[in-house]
Design a protein around this ligand. Structure first.
Ligand SMILES: C[S@@+](CC[C@H](N)C(=O)[O-])C[C@H]1O[C@@H](n2cnc3c(N)ncnc32)[C@H](O)[C@@H]1O
Length: 315
């Protein structure tokens, strides 16, 4: 097995769960009979619209559903497998698994029943390490996007352990940098960036949901930040960020690409874990428009992430 295949294998649990969600919600029972729009599905099954949209779009990216115009459909050859009343159906098995699913999450009970706490780990440092791994050269590409704007002061909001700034410092030591995050996360970043003490690197503990960014920068980046927040918070964060941007400045938003399998599954993951979602290009453009900004360029930073550069309209 190749590393990439292993990667895909283990993350397929999300894809499997997406199909189970759809069985549980009764989506296939409806869609195996006729093609339907989201409004029709939501009304028939009394579903939550925003969550159902994320699920449907994920199933489209997984090739389980097709979408033509506003209508979703199940391919003819999958119908007998996905509806519950046919001989070759797996829907009842999936429903069973969907109910047993939670038992798969409690490793302690089976593998170290007497020493359950040995499975405990430090969530903060695990999160920082997880953020660090598995995105390949995303920060290399994102750094290139930022430097191409010719900035003097780069602010990384939701900087995490500081890997993007470290990447930038490797390429441009003479710029001013500010990392914005929670104090505890900035402590990890301070450790990671200790070799750059002689550079103009600043750490600003700040909750970007709660307050405006009291800073003046010509380049502000938010990478994989917005997806952890619901609509209202996301809009508030964008407004708070824009406050710190000089008039001609550029705001760069790096997010998962919802038009990819990985991005769509990340959106579902965000829904389940934070009640949020990955915001696609159209939603970002709309929110930015309301703040007087427009997207001026966009670049892929991995095969499943994209960076959108936005400026105030007319700049
Ligand atoms: C998913 S991580 C992304 C880290 C980094 N930007 C990257 O792409 O690797 C999101 C980061 O945003 C930070 N964050 C979350 N909510 C925040 C808030 N309200 N104010 C400031 N930072 C926040 C988290 O602590 C975390 O470091």
């Amino acid at each position: 097995m190749k590393p990439q295949e292993l990667h895909q294998l283990v993350f397929n649990f999300r894809a499997a769960r997406a199909v189970m969600f759809a069985v549980q919600a009764g989506l296939f029972e409806e869609l195996c009979q006729e093609d339907l729009t989201i409004d029709e599905l939501v009304a028939r099954l009394e579903l939550h619209r925003a969550s159902t949209t994320i699920l449907l779009e994920t199933l489209v990216q997984l090739d389980v559903l097709n979408k033509q115009g506003l209508r979703y459909s199940v391919a003819q050859e999958l119908r007998a497998t996905l509806r519950r009343d046919t001989e070759g159906s797996i829907a009842n098995l999936l429903l069973l698994d969907a109910n047993h699913w939670s038992n798969w999450s409690v490793a302690e009970d089976f593998f170290r029943p007497e020493k359950a706490r040995l499975f405990a780990y430090d969530r903060q440092s695990n999160f920082a390490a997880a953020m660090q791994q598995g995105v390949g050269d995303m920060n290399v590409r994102l750094a290139q996007v930022l430097l191409a704007h010719g900035p003097g002061h780069i602010v990384d909001v939701g900087s995490g352990p500081g890997l993007l700034i470290e990447q930038l410092l490797g390429a441009a030591k003479n710029l001013k940098y500010t990392l914005v995050d929670f104090e505890k996360t900035l402590d990890i970043a301070r450790g990671n960036l200790s070799a750059y003490e002689h550079c103009d690197v600043n750490f600003l503990p700040h909750d970007i949901v709660l307050g405006k960014l009291q800073i003046e920068a010509d380049c502000i980046v938010a990478s994989r930040l917005l997806m952890g927040f619901d609509d209202a918070e996301m809009k508030q964060i964008l407004a708070n960020i824009c406050h710190g941007l000089v008039h001609e400045g550029v705001l760069v938003i790096n997010e998962f690409d919802t038009e990819t399998k990985v991005g769509a599954l990340m959106s579902l993951d965000m829904l389940v874990n934070c009640g949020a979602r990955v915001y696609g290009r159209d939603q970002l453009a709309k929110c930015l428009d309301e703040l007087g900004f427009e997207i001026v360029s966009e670049q892929a930073t991995t095969v499943f992430t994209r960076a959108f550069s936005a400026k105030r309209k007319g700049i």
